[in-house]
Design a protein around this ligand. Structure first.
Ligand code: GLN
Length: 293
């Protein structure tokens, strides 16, 4: 019984049984299909069409080893080294946050507001895998995009994805948030920063991912505030700041944006209906009137 169909059947049962969140047949099905696709190079359609196709002993060994890692809780994106974002097959690796589908809302909001922005570049902070920067580079052809990352492991992964999907339009800069950036240069600053509190109950389930990409101090708001405050220096008048944040941080982020004198502050909800992305614009009055320094 070394057919694809048989292996998939067994794998689904094992995955569903090992799922600590409770059996989810849909994700067990998807994960087992993705493992077979990864090892055999076949399309998902061909797994459905030819379940009687046989696996070689080497493929079976490889699949069993990968399945065991998945059953122990390792995210599929790290096992296959790949995760789709904005329909792009991004390369992933340990040390880099796995892009979430909800983060596509950040990209959609950025694209929806482009026409209202002043001249200037787009800066993505804490790019990680490069997901947001390359998604923007697929859609925007007339602005420079700078992706900032401070961690060397993430820089390596981002470099690969930017080389593959950045359309030659994304410059990668190693640095902490906006520290390496000049005054008054950005038309848009966009970020999915770490925003979980250091005692967030979800952290144990996320232990494969880098804490530095998830946690921001006791409240989860420290990096969000650093970015909001530094945008007042780096953003041009009219600059849009777009931030992903935790589902209970909408009030806090809107109030920080107000405190730093951003205008037209709004929040968008994620796929589950939670407040997830907030944004505001630097005032278009003379920059000198609004600086925080
Ligand atoms: N949204 C992620 C999660 O809860 C956290 C990502 C982040 O901190 N930026 O899994």
């Amino acid at each position: 019984m070394n057919t694809i169909g048989h292996w998939l059947e067994q794998a689904r049962l094992l995955l569903a049984a090992s799922d600590k969140q409770g059996a989810d047949p849909e994700s067990a099905r998807l994960d087992s299909d993705l493992l077979v696709q990864h090892v055999t190079g076949k399309s998902r359609a061909s797994l459905f069409a030819f379940p009687e196709a046989t696996l070689t002993p080497e493929q079976l060994d490889a699949l069993d080893a990968l399945l065991q890692r998945r059953c122990l809780g390792e995210p599929l994106a790290y096992i296959t080294g790949q995760r789709e974002f904005w329909s792009l097959p991004l390369q992933l690796g340990e040390g880099v946050l796995i892009p979430r589908p909800d983060t596509e809302i950040l990209v959609e909001q950025a694209l929806a507001r482009l026409s209202t922005l002043p001249a200037g570049g787009i800066i993505e902070l804490g790019t990680g895998s490069g997901a947001i920067a390359v998604a923007l580079a697929q859609e925007i052809s007339d602005r420079a995009i700078i992706a900032v990352e401070c961690h060397t492991a993430a820089i390596k992964v981002a470099q690969g994805n930017i080389g593959r999907f950045g359309n030659g339009r994304v410059q990668l800069v190693q640095g902490s948030w906006l520290d390496a950036l000049a005054d008054d240069c950005a038309a848009m600053i966009i970020s999915n920063p770490p925003y979980l509190a250091n005692n967030d109950p979800h952290l144990p389930a996320l232990h494969y991912e880098p804490l530095s990409a998830l946690v921001s101090g006791q409240s989860g708001l420290e990096d969000l505030e650093t970015i909001i405050s530094a945008t007042c220096r780096v953003g041009r008048p009219g600059c849009l700041l777009l931030l992903e944040h935790g589902n209970e941080q909408g009030d806090a982020v809107r109030s920080l944006l107000g405190q730093y004198n951003f205008k037209h502050i709004q929040t968008e909800r994620d796929l589950a209906g939670h407040e997830r992305v907030s944004f505001g614009f630097l005032t278009t009055e003379l920059a000198g009137d609004t600086r925080q320094e």
